[in-house]
Design a protein around this ligand. Structure first.
Ligand code: GRF
Length: 210
């Protein structure tokens, strides 16, 4: 049984989260918004990036500390995470494979979002892959990070029917809308609700629903 955070009696201590990104940072932005409006009751400790990217500017706008990971990136990643000891490490378009030793060290505290219905279209450019394949249904997956690429236990999926008239850009937009609506909510549930992972299977251990 896992419970990542237990609120104290006063409720003043909040769970700590860290976000890692490599791209424009739209998911990070939604998470930062949810934190700043109090919808997501957590402290966003910092943003980690492995390259210059749009997410850095978003961090600046929100006044969130950011670190550009130096080489080897996983060493600085581990050092910073170790210091902060976050309840959850949120990957939001972080284009690196987390090394096995770190996955083991932090399991099940690293979570990732992927823009397809896994196990379909893992890896890079999942929306393009799904679009070009001509699927009629695709969607978004949030999963715990394990040693593989996009293979970890699935926490949440949202399906989207693909209209045949849509361009790739339209599909991308719809997928991102779903991500933005749901990722911070899944993060909130993950922080506050008990769950278990048996083999590949993730299961909530209480009666509430998302
Ligand atoms: C998202 O589509 C996410 O699912 C994938 O990378 C993309 C990141 O987009 N892992 P953004 O940087 O959050 O805008």
């Amino acid at each position: 049984m896992y419970r990542l955070f237990r609120p104290g009696v006063s409720g003043s201590v909040k769970p700590r989260i860290v976000v890692a990104a490599s791209g424009r940072g739209s998911n990070f932005e939604k998470i930062a918004e949810a934190v700043s409006t109090g919808l997501l009751n957590a402290t966003l400790e910092c943003l980690l990036v492995d390259r210059e990217c749009g997410a850095l500017e978003i961090a600046r706008n929100f006044g969130i500390r950011s670190y550009l990971l130096s080489k080897p990136w996983h060493k600085s990643f581990d050092e910073i995470i170790d210091q902060i000891n976050p309840h959850l490490i949120v990957l939001a378009g972080f284009m690196r494979i987390i090394p096995e030793n770190l996955v083991e060290k932090y399991f099940p505290r690293i979570v990732n979002i992927h823009p397809s219905l896994l196990p379909a279209f893992p890896g890079k450019d999942a929306i393009v892959q799904a679009y070009e394949y001509g699927v009629k249904v695709t969607g978004v997956t949030v999963h715990i990070v394990d040693k593989g690429v996009d293979t970890g236990p699935i926490i949440f999926q949202k399906a989207l029917e693909v209209d045949e008239s849509w361009s790739l850009e339209q599909l991308e937009e719809k997928i991102h809308q779903i991500e933005h609506e749901w990722y911070w909510r899944v993060i909130r549930e993950l922080l506050y609700r008990p769950f278990e992972i048996v083999g590949r299977k993730f299961r909530w251990l209480d009666e509430e629903g998302l």
